[in-house]
Ligand binder design. Structure first.
Ligand code: ADP
Ligand code: ZN
Length: 651
C-alpha cells in the first residue's frame, strides 16, 4: 500500500497507479520518499514533501504555505494574491492532504477543463461538471463521485441551484469549498456574476465545511462583499503584495509603431505575447500585418463570434500561434503561464487596467516584458473622448485616472515603485532594478527653448492663416522647409520659419508628443490639427521651463537570435541552451497534442529552462528539477532524458 496516496483512510487513488509509481517511477534516493512523509498537517515538512511529490515544486510562493495550513486547520480563508501568485495551489494542495472531496467554484467553463487537465497530468484525480459535457459523460462523472474517486470537483456557480445538486454534495463527502475569482460576487469588481451570490446556499447546506475565497482583486469594498456574500466566518485574511518582480516595465515612444512592434516580436520570435490595442479594427489590422510579416498572430475582440474567439484563444494557449492582438475583451480566463510579453500598443485608460493586462505576462515566474508604446497624440485623443462624457463626476474620474496613467508613462523614476505606491503599498523601495528607468536612467533634456519655439510656431501659423495645421506641417515650418504647402500658405514668412534647425524632425515630433501629454497642445480629432490650449498659452507667456526624459525606441533586432534578444532590450537571458530549449519545446508540443492538452500542462517553460541548464541525464537528476512531480517523472522522465542525451551527443 502506498502510504502517501492513502491519506485520511481513503482507498488508494486509482489514477495515480501507486504501484507503478513506487516500483517503476522512483529510483535511487527517491525510492523511499513516500515513507518520509508524515500524515500530519502541522508538520511543515509534510507540506513541502507534498508540494514536490504532487506538483514537483521545491518551494512555496509567498503565502501559499500559510494559506494551505489555514485551510487544513479548518479555517475560512480569504486569500488575495496577485495574478501568477499561485492561487490554485492554495486549495489544491490541502485537497490532497485531507480526506474527502474539495469543491472548487470557478466562473469560467474553459478554465475548468484546463485546470483539471493540469491536475490529471500530475496524476491527481479531479473532474468538472458543467454545461460543456454531455449527459453520458456527466452521468459517468457523477458515478465516479459517488464512488469517491475524485479529490477535486470543479463546478460553475449555476450548478448550485440545479435540483438535487446540494444533496449530492452531501453524499460526496465535500470537506472543503474553494471559491476561485471570488471578486465575481461583488458588484464593485469588474466581473460581477450574480450566480456567485448563490454560493451562500452551500454554507447553509454544509455548515461545517470551511470555505476559501481567492482572488487577485483586492479593493476594500470587494473584500467586504466577498466576506459578506459568501458568509465567511471570521476568515483568516492573507494579502500578498502587488509586486510582480519578474515583470520588466518599459515605456517606448510610439513612433513608426508597427515597425517597432515587428522589431519587438521578431526579437522574440518563439515566444508568446499579447498586444493590447484600443479598437477592434486595430486588433484585426495588427494581426494581419504581423502574420504577413511571418509572426503568427490572431485577433481577439468582442466583435468576433464566440466560436472564433474560442478558436483564436485555443490556438494561442496551445502555442500554435505566437501573438494575440486583442482589445481588453481578452483577459480573464487566460491561464497561459508562458506569456513572455504584453505590449500596450495604445495607451490604456487607467493604471488598474494596465496593471491587470500586464499581469497576464509571466505567470510562471520567468522574466517577462511589459512594454507600453506611448504617444502624446494617443493621450490627446483619449482626453478628447473624456471631454465628451456628459456626467461631470464620471468625466472628472476618467480624467483623473488618465492623468495618473500619463504620469506613469512620463515618470523618470522607477515604474514599479510608481505602480506599488499607486496601489497603496507601504515600504516601497525607490528603485527596483528591473524597469527601464532603473536599468538605464533616462537622459533628461532641457526643452525650455524648444518648447517655446514650438508653441509659438503653432500660435503664429494660426494667427497668420486663421486655421490650424497638423504636426508635420508645424515641424516643416520650424525646420525651414519651404514645402509646397508651407510656401502656398505663406508660412515661410512667419517669424518662426526656420528657427528650429538645431533639432531633427524626430526630435520635434517627440516634443509635440510631450506637449500634448502635458496638455499645452491638443489635437483636433478629425484632421489631427494641433491647437494651442489655454495652458499652452500660459506656458508661453510665463516662459515656463520644460524638462523631459529622452524617449526610448525599440531597436531593430540584429542578425543572430541571441543578439537580437539583447538588441531589443529583452530580459530573455541567453544563459541557457537555446537549441535544447527548442528541441524540448517541440517534444512537449508533440506530447501535448497526443494527449489533447495545452503544452504547459506537460511542463511549464520554467521547467524546460531549468532542464536546459541542468541537462539531467538520469531520472534522479531529472526529478530534482522544479515542476517535476512524481507522476510526471514516471510519465515523461524517460523521453525527456533521452532527448537531452541525444542533444548532448549530437553537439
Ligand atoms: P494565479 O491563479 O494566482 O494567477 P496559478 O495558480 O495559475 O496563479 O499559478 C501560476 C503558475 O505558477 C502556474 O503555472 C503554477 O503551476 C505555477 N506555480 C504555482 N505555485 C508554484 C510554486 N510554489 N513554485 C513554482 N511554480 C508555481
Ligand atoms: Zn524600477
Amino acid at each position: 500500500m502506498n502510504t502517501l496516496l492513502n491519506y485520511g483512510g481513503l482507498p488508494p487513488i486509482g489514477v495515480c497507479q501507486p504501484e507503478r509509481l513506487r516500483h517503476g517511477g522512483l529510483r535511487g534516493a527517491g525510492a523511499n520518499y513516500p515513507h518520509r512523509m508524515a500524515p500530519s498537517s502541522e508538520n511543515p515538512a509534510t507540506l513541502d514533501d507534498a508540494l514536490k511529490h504532487f506538483f514537483g515544486y521545491d518551494s512555496f510562493r509567498p503565502l501559499q504555505r500559510e494559506i494551505a495550513q489555514s485551510a487544513l486547520a479548518g479555517d475560512d480563508v480569504l486569500a488575495l494574491l496577485p495574478t501568477g501568485g499561485g492561487k490554485s495551489l492554495c486549495y489544491q494542495l490541502p485537497a490532497l492532504l485531507r480526506p474527502g472531496l474539495t469543491l472548487v467554484i470557478s466562473p469560467l467553463i474553459a478554465l475548468m477543463k484546463d485546470q483539471v487537465d493540469a491536475l490529471l497530468a500530475n496524476g491527481i484525480p479531479a473532474t468538472f461538471l458543467n454545461s460543456s459535457i454531455d449527459g453520458a459523460a456527466s452521468a459517468e462523472r457523477t458515478q465516479g463521485l459517488d464512488r469517491g474517486e475524485y479529490r477535486l470537483l470543479y463546478a460553475a456557480p449555476e450548478r448550485i441551484v440545479l435540483p438535487g445538486f446540494l444533496a449530492r454534495l452531501e453524499r460526496w463527502n465535500v470537506r472543503h469549498i474553494a471559491v476561485d475569482e471570488a471578486h465575481c460576487v461583488s458588484e464593485w469588481g469588474h466581473d460581477f456574476r450574480p450566480e456567485y451570490r448563490r454560493i451562500a446556499a452551500l454554507r447553509e447546506r454544509l455548515p461545517d465545511v470551511p470555505i476559501m475565497a481567492v482572488t487577485a482583486t483586492a479593493t476594500d469594498r470587494v473584500r467586504d462583499d466577498i466576506e459578506r456574500f459568501l458568509a465567511l466566518r471570521s476568515p483568516r485574511r492573507f494579502v500578498a503584495g502587488f509586486n510582480r518582480p519578474n515583470l520588466r516595465y518599459s515605456v517606448f515612444e510610439k513612433r513608426d509603431a508597427f515597425k517597432q512592434l515587428l522589431a519587438w516580436a521578431s526579437a522574440r520570435a518563439n515566444e508568446s505575447g499579447i498586444v493590447y490595442v484600443a479598437s477592434r479594427q486595430s486588433a484585426e489590422d495588427l494581426a494581419m500585418r504581423l502574420s504577413a510579416a511571418g509572426i503568427s498572430a490572431r485577433p481577439y475582440h468582442a466583435g468576433l463570434s464566440p466560436q472564433q474567439r474560442a478558436r483564436h484563444q485555443d490556438a494561442f494557449i496551445r502555442d500554435e500561434i505566437r501573438v494575440i492582438c486583442a482589445t481588453i475583451a481578452f483577459g480573464m480566463g487566460i491561464d497561459k503561464p508562458n506569456v513572455r510579453y504584453v505590449v500596450h500598443y495604445d495607451v490604456p485608460k487607467n493604471i488598474e487596467g494596465y496593471y491587470q493586462e500586464t499581469g497576464r505576462a509571466g505567470r510562471d515566474g520567468l522574466p517577462s516584458d511589459c512594454a507600453l508604446f506611448f504617444s502624446g497624440g494617443d493621450a490627446a485623443k483619449q482626453r478628447h473622448f473624456i471631454k465628451q462624457i456628459e456626467d461631470a463626476a464620471e468625466r472628472d474620474r476618467a480624467d483623473r485616472l488618465l492623468r495618473t496613467m500619463l504620469d506613469f508613462a512620463a515618470t523618470p523614476h522607477c515604474r514599479r515603485s510608481f505602480l506599488l505606491k499607486y496601489f497603496g503599498e507601504s515600504d516601497v523601495p525607490d528603485a527596483c532594478g528591473n524597469c527601464d528607468n532603473c536599468l538605464q536612467p533616462p537622459e533628461r533634456i532641457d526643452a525650455t527653448v524648444a518648447a517655446a519655439k514650438l508653441l509659438s510656431c503653432v500660435y503664429r501659423v494660426r494667427a497668420h492663416s486663421g486655421f490650424s495645421t497638423g504636426a508635420h506641417h508645424i515641424v516643416d515650418v520650424l525646420l525651414g522647409h519651404a514645402t509646397e504647402k508651407v510656401a502656398g500658405w505663406g508660412h515661410d514668412r512667419v517669424s518662426t520659419f526656420g528657427v528650429g534647425t538645431e533639432h531633427t524632425k524626430d526630435e520635434w515630433m517627440a516634443l509635440v508628443s510631450e506637449l500634448l501629454r502635458v496638455g499645452c497642445l491638443e489635437q483636433e480629432t478629425e484632421h489631427r490639427t494641433l491647437l494651442l490650449t489655454g495652458e499652452g498659452m500660459r506656458a508661453l507667456k510665463e516662459q515656463r521651463r520644460f524638462e523631459f526624459a529622452r524617449p526610448r525606441v525599440v531597436r531593430k533586432p540584429g542578425k543572430s537570435r541571441k543578439n537580437a534578444a539583447r538588441d531589443a532590450d529583452s530580459v530573455a537571458d541567453a544563459s541557457y541552451d537555446v537549441e535544447l530549449f527548442e528541441a524540448l519545446r517541440r517534444l512537449r508540443k508533440r506530447l501535448a497534442d497526443e494527449q489533447g492538452v495545452p503544452p504547459y500542462v506537460i511542463f511549464s517553460d520554467a521547467t524546460l529552462r531549468e532542464l536546459c541548464v541542468a541537462k539531467p541525464l538520469t531520472l534522479n537528476a531529472f526529478r530534482a528539477v522544479s515542476g517535476v512531480g512524481d507522476v510526471k517523472l514516471e510519465r515523461y522522465g524517460d523521453v525527456f532524458v533521452d532527448a537531452i542525451r541525444t542533444h548532448a551527443t549530437t553537439l
